[in-house]
Design a protein around this ligand. Structure first.
Ligand SMILES: CC(C)(COP(=O)(O)OP(=O)(O)OC[C@H]1O[C@@H](n2cnc3c(N)ncnc32)[C@H](O)[C@@H]1OP(=O)(O)O)[C@@H](O)C(=O)NCCC(=O)NCCS
Length: 197
């Protein structure tokens, strides 16, 4: 379940090594991304309008993809997890990314809280085989049982039918017309009722 894989965490003037981990499911390995993954993710995500259409809505350059992955690696240093690579265990192929990321979230009363969002994105070759649901379910289990998060949120575009179906399969509840017009708020409470620290 776990492999030796460290990132550095800065705090109180110290830099300490923090162990990262690899999660597995029946068909998938979820491992920390590295900058070496940038060309492959650029090819999978940024050269196919169907993949970038809803998120982020434009094609990133390879340099921008490198920057995005660097920001994920920074998140590992802050939270110990974030967006991870999604590899198929049978052949080791990198299919996309999935993980939990912090998101500044404005409630209807205007208060802003940090929520964790479960996010998933795969190259089109790998769609409709249950991979995103399988990866996201593993992260949900991790987020609730290990990270102790109180709930997870996702804000998909209303037109993103595949993402909405994934969320439905995962048991998310949805509220239409959230604060961002055209978006949906999907949320899943920790059934154990453990609140985030
Ligand atoms: C969203 C995404 C990750 C789903 O990945 P996936 O591995 O194909 O997801 P799954 O196979 O687990 O489930 C997809 C479900 O959506 C359904 N689906 C796919 N396209 C659909 C469409 N146009 N309309 C309705 N349902 C659709 C599939 O049939 C499947 O449901 P089923 O299992 O009941 O048959 C993938 O489409 C993707 O990478 N999209 C681009 C990035 C993105 O939009 N990410 C989400 C941001 S919120």
């Amino acid at each position: 379940m776990e492999t030796a894989n460290f990132c550095r965490v800065r705090g109180a003037g110290y830099v300490i090594a923090m162990e990262l981990f690899t999660l597995e499911t029946a068909r998938l390995r979820l491992r920390p991304l590295t900058l070496a993954d940038a060309p492959r993710l650029h090819e999978l995500f940024d050269t196919d309008p169907e993949v970038w259409r809803f998120d982020p809505g434009y094609a990133r350059t390879l340099d921008e993809r490198v920057e995005v992955i660097a920001s994920y690696i920074e998140q590992y240093q802050t939270h110990g997890f974030g967006f991870f690579a999604v590899e198929r265990r049978s052949d080791g192929i990198l299919m996309g990314q999935c993980g939990l990321t912090p998101h500044a979230f404005e409630g209807r009363d205007g208060t802003v809280t940090t929520e964790f969002e479960v996010m998933y994105k795969l190259g089109r070759l790998f769609w409709n085989q249950g991979y995103a649901t399988e990866a996201a379910q593993r992260w949900i289990d991790y987020g609730f049982a290990i990270a102790g998060l109180g709930r997870l949120v996702v804000c998909p575009d209303r037109g993103n039918s595949a993402s909405l179906r994934v969320l439905e399969k995962l048991g998310f509840r949805m509220e239409d017309d959230w604060l961002v017009p055209g978006s949906i708020l999907a949320f899943l409470e920790n059934p154990g009722g453990i609140l985030a620290p």
